[in-house]
Design a protein around this ligand. Structure first.
Ligand SMILES: O=C(O)[C@H]1O[C@H](OP(=O)(O)OP(=O)(O)OC[C@H]2O[C@@H](n3ccc(=O)[nH]c3=O)[C@H](O)[C@@H]2O)[C@H](O)[C@@H](O)[C@@H]1O
Length: 440
């Protein structure tokens, strides 16, 4: 019987007791025994479920963590080290800034981050490495920054969690906001990218800045294109800017209004810089001087736009080193943001400056300078300027920047293009001997 019972019911402590009692109690005990078994099974299942859920959530969290490519103790240590100013105590320039540079792997961003680092400021970069132009150039710029101790986070300014984390880890004194969708004519091809970066991204960044404690002062890149259809020259900050000629210009103009709002409501210190066609080594491949150089060297034709009545287009081309000096002077004179905990405590500076060269040069002259340095004749297609957002000329009045920032551009287009061509040939591995590039 015991044997049979043992075979019919699995062995449990309760069951052993049941065999020694009467039938009724045996039955009852069997019931209890099976309830106990069920209880144990239920307990087992609960334990299994709990284990599954915790393992699942761990895997989920860690996969999100790895996918996000930011976060963790090591990452935070790198951020802190990069953000620490390294000026000698008591140095003439003061304590040293701690600057978050957005668009740090971009053209202007890389140059500014390096210049800040060189003078001993702390710098952390952020860049989304998008493919608007060759991302390998952006990666090469990041490597250059890395070799100078500047850490660049791969991330988007639309990622509020990442921005909040950065401000959590470092009390940045300044933000140099250069991340943007650039390019005047590309706005007709991909309008949404301008809204994403120049409007939504800007608001996301400003939200993080107004929440940060301490609030940083913000210096950011607006554009000469905000002058749009304005015909008064040279362009002054007092001129009207409500007639943009491209969506790009419209988003930059909107940025000036949006930053004004954050200055007004939250006490953020804001400086907007209207850059005039910045060029130089490590530049942007989408810009005319860069793509012309590439095509001329490859024997491909270039398209030169011409204005109405056969008038040449002209730009106030500004060399990168002059722009960098303007950016650093803007950071140094920015004045503090006044808010804390998202509340304004008093008025904060709101400034806008032109950063140009004050000497416009026509596009055909730009081409002839390149031809001279490259010693290759360009194959030119001259066409009427299409209605794609371009304006016929730009010319900066820089009195305000000179007065308040000590801004004084010193590089002519001749000198600047010479430096650009030298960089271009060495970066893309052109052999000077065979490529007839001359040093003078
Ligand atoms: O100053 C600015 O605010 C702007 O300067 C440049 O815009 P843009 O002046 O149009 O610079 P490029 O694209 O290098 O064009 C320079 C000149 O070359 C002309 N161009 C451009 C391309 C081309 O194939 N052919 C040509 O003749 C353009 O019409 C323009 O007159 C930048 O691309 C913008 O991001 C920046 O905001």
């Amino acid at each position: 019987m015991r044997v049979l019972e043992d075979e019919l019911f699995p062995s449990t402590p309760g069951k052993v007791k049941v065999e020694r009692a009467g039938t009724m109690s045996r039955h009852l005990h069997r019931c209890f025994a099976s309830t106990g078994t069920m209880f144990l099974w239920a307990l087992f299942l609960v334990a299994m479920t709990a284990t599954y859920l915790s393992v699942h959530s761990f895997v989920d969290t860690s996969s999100r963590y790895f996918a996000a490519s930011w976060g963790g103790l090591h990452w935070e240590r790198q951020i802190r080290a990069s953000a620490s100013p390294r000026r000698p105590p008591g140095s003439a320039e003061g304590a040293g800034l701690s600057v978050l540079v957005t668009g740090a792997a971009g053209f202007v961003g890389t140059h500014c981050a390096l210049a800040l680092r060189r003078r001993g400021d702390g710098v952390v970069g952020i860049d989304n490495f998008n493919s608007y132009y060759d991302p390998s150039l952006k990666k090469a710029r990041r490597a250059l920054l890395g070799s100078h101790g500047v850490f660049v986070v791969e991330g988007d300014i639309n990622d509020g969690r990442l921005l909040a984390k950065l401000f959590d880890v470092v009390p940045f004194t300044h933000v140099l906001h250069l991340a943007a969708q650039a390019g005047v004519r590309y706005a007709m091809e991909n309008p949404a990218s301008y809204v994403h970066s120049n409007i939504a991204g800007l608001v996301s960044l400003l939200e993080a800045c107004k929440d940060a404690d301490p609030q940083p002062a913000i210096v950011w890149a607006s554009s000469s294109s905000v002058y749009g259809l304005n015909e008064r020259v040279p362009f002054s900050e007092a001129h009207r800017t409500d007639q943009p000629a491209s969506l790009y210009a419209a988003t930059k103009k909107a940025g000036e209004e949006i930053t004004h709002t954050y200055n007004h409501i939250y006490g953020l210190s804001v400086t907007g810089l209207r850059f005039f066609t910045v060029y130089g080594p490590w530049g942007r491949p989408d810009m005319a001087y860069f793509s012309f150089t590439r095509n001329i060297l490859q024997g491909k034709p270039i398209t030169v736009y011409r204005g109405r009545d056969h008038v040449d287009l002209a730009r106030d081309f500004t060399y990168i080193d002059d722009i960098v000096r303007g950016c650093l002077a803007s950071l140094d004179t920015a004045g503090r943001s006044t808010g804390t905990g998202g509340k304004k405590r008093g008025p904060a500076p709101y400034r806008i400056f032109n950063l140009g060269n004050t000497s416009p040069v026509t596009v055909p002259t730009l081409v002839s300078i390149l031809e001279r340095y490259l010693r290759v004749k360009a194959r030119k297609n001259v066409v009427e300027m299409p209605g794609n957002g371009d304006v016929p000329y730009t010319h900066a009045n820089i009195s305000l920047a000179r007065e308040q920032l000590g801004y004084k551009p010193t590089t002519s287009l001749e000198m600047g293009l010479k430096k650009f061509v030298r960089w271009y040939l060495s970066y893309y591995g052109y052999n000077r001997g065979t490529h007839t590039f001359r040093n003078s």
